[in-house]
Design a protein around this ligand. Structure first.
Ligand SMILES: NC(=O)C1=CN([C@@H]2O[C@H](COP(=O)(O)OP(=O)(O)OC[C@H]3O[C@@H](n4cnc5c(N)ncnc54)[C@H](O)[C@@H]3O)[C@@H](O)[C@H]2O)C=CC1
Ligand SMILES: O=C(O)CCC(=O)C(=O)O
Length: 488
């Protein structure tokens, strides 16, 4: 049973205590399905508050790194249990704060639980190798040490999974954390942090500080006592964060945009391809960095695929994600709705043919919610803005191709390289796609979105800083290798 309650005040969590911002100011976090509804009030913190959070993390670092991996893992297991118990409440909070439907939010919350358990187990696994020395009397091996204080800057589109897939590996490998969530989902973030507090995480090991990106996010990136920064969000901000970290010699990891293609080959199972395109492109209202936005279809099946796609898109129900029967919720905030509507206008202005959607959805009339129709454009050419720029909304561009080579070339014609998929029954096409597609995640007969927590995740080209998150790959960012040479 969910215990969600609206309009509560949520505090920062610094050095094991819940505290208001020194500014005395709070910001309302609102429901994008009904902007008059206040989900909660979150802190508008200052750099002074940030300094306190970083100082707490720095001081807790000495004892946390000295604990065994198993002891740190125990805290993560307990946090997983606490989150699992509150899954309905946390999922409802997420739906009300950023709009994705309740079943999607519940799935994401349980994914957060699974990520915590996965990294809890990592505390018992190998952290080094023995390497033969040229000196036969010496022992040489590698071990791994934590970075120290890690700043986590997270976005609003996965309010539970993304902070957890950054914090859990940071913590298990012995780092302490300062989390700055997107202000739109700070209530959900506070509830996740409450689960860690309930798990008995020592004071200062995990700190939550809410505030604007330009003050707290930028402050974390620039802070001399923050040793590593992990960021997911826009390319523009990601680059700023990376530059600030680089300027002071801190380690950084950036996960940014995508313009992910799906290729539908002439020998594809068209029903499967339609389902995967819709799920990949429109779930979460298209607000995933892995969302399908370019649909490259072979000319032989173009019309048949288009007809099936439109039939299914026309059945999509748009509305409040807490209502049963609703398939697609609102955009997460007003700015995002405006961005999506602007891109739709650009598509029309540049000569693409609007097949379906193209404006605010009817659900917006009743509440003023940020609802947009699922939208598909036809006759899109690769130079158009809707084929090149990340929209982060439920807008898909159909592009025609005449051969697999041309399809892969079109798919690669992007500054991004996060994820890509192909629907085909030909092993030859599968192999060419795996080999020639420039993306960090390539998927065969499966949608572009949806990552597995135990596998590396990250992009090529402008999609990331070329590092990988999740799975065992996370150890590369959250630790430094120490090579040890021992001679009696
Ligand atoms: N890769 C992804 O998963 C995401 C991509 N985006 C993309 O970014 C676009 C804009 O969305 P926004 O929410 O405005 O993204 P954003 O990049 O501004 O926000 C991401 C995080 O960075 C923080 N931030 C903002 N300015 C900062 C600064 N100067 N220094 C440090 N941190 C800062 C934000 O508070 C938030 O926590 C979207 O339309 C979408 O294209 C947004 C969210 C997630
Ligand atoms: O597709 C997914 O499950 C993950 C997407 C993601 O990481 C993102 O949108 O930031």
């Amino acid at each position: 049973m969910s215990a969600y309650q609206a309009e509560q005040v949520y505090l920062n969590y610094i050095n094991g205590e819940w505290a208001g911002a020194s500014t005395g100011k709070q910001v309302a976090s609102i429901n994008p399905a009904n902007p008059k509804e206040v989900v909660g009030y979150v802190q508008a913190s200052s750099r002074e508050d940030l300094d306190r959070a970083v100082a707490a993390a720095k001081s807790a670092s000495r004892s946390w790194r000295k604990l065994s991996g198993a002891a740190r893992g125990d805290v993560l297991f307990k946090a997983a249990n606490a989150l699992e118990k509150r899954a309905d409440e946390v999922a409802e909070t997420m739906t009300r704060e950023m709009g994705k439907t309740f079943p999607e939010a519940k799935g994401e919350t349980l994914r957060g639980v699974a990520i915590l358990r996965y990294y809890a187990g990592e505390g018992m696994r190998r952290i080094g190798d023995v390497i033969p020395s040229t000196d036969s009397e010496a022992l040489m091996f590698t071990t791994r040490v934590p970075l120290g204080v890690v700043g986590v800057i997270s976005p609003w589109n996965f309010p539970v999974a993304i902070p957890i897939w950054k914090m859990a590996p940071a913590l298990i490998y012995g780092n302490t954390v300062v989390l700055k969530p997107a202000q739109e989902v700070a209530v959900t973030a506070a509830k996740v942090v409450e689960c860690f507090a309930e798990a008995g995480i020592p004071a200062g090991v995990l700190n939550l500080i809410c505030g604007s990106g330009s003050i707290i996010g930028q402050g974390l990136a620039e802070h001399p006592d923050v040793n590593g920064i992990t960021f997911t969000g826009s390319n523009q901000v990601g680059k700023q964060v990376g530059q600030a970290a680089l300027a002071r010699g801190a380690k950084y990891q950036l996960e940014m945009g995508g313009k992910n293609p799906v290729i539908v080959a002439a020998d594809a199972d068209l029903d499967l391809a339609v389902d995967g395109t819709i799920s990949g492109g429109l779930k979460s209202t298209g607000q995933k960095c892995t969302a399908t936005s370019r649909v490259i279809v072979m000319s032989e099946v173009y019309d048949a695929f288009k007809a099936k796609l439109l039939a299914k898109v026309s059945e999509i129900s748009v509305g409040d994600g807490m209502e049963s029967g609703i398939w697609m919720g609102p955009c997460a905030n007003e700015k995002q709705l405006e961005t999506v509507l602007d891109y739709i206008q650009k598509g029309k202005d540049e000569g693409a043919k609007l097949l379906i959607g193209g404006g605010k959805a009817a659900a917006a009339d009743a509440t003023g919610g940020f609802f947009v129709q699922p939208t598909v454009f036809d006759e899109v050419s690769p130079q158009m803005a809707i084929a090149r720029e990340e929209i982060f909304g439920p807008v898909m561009a159909l592009i025609r191709a005449h051969s697999m080579e041309e399809a892969i070339e079109l798919a690669n014609d992007s500054e991004f390289g996060l994820s890509a998929s192909v629907y085909t029954s030909s092993i030859g096409s599968v192999l060419s796609f795996i080999q020639d597609m420039d993306a960090g995640l390539v998927r065969i007969n499966a949608e572009t979105a949806g990552v597995e927590l135990q596998a590396p995740f990250g992009g090529m080209k402008q999609s990331s800083s070329h590092s990988r998150e999740q799975g065992q790959a996370a150890i590369e960012f959250f630790t430094s290798i120490k090579t040890v040479f021992v001679k009696a």
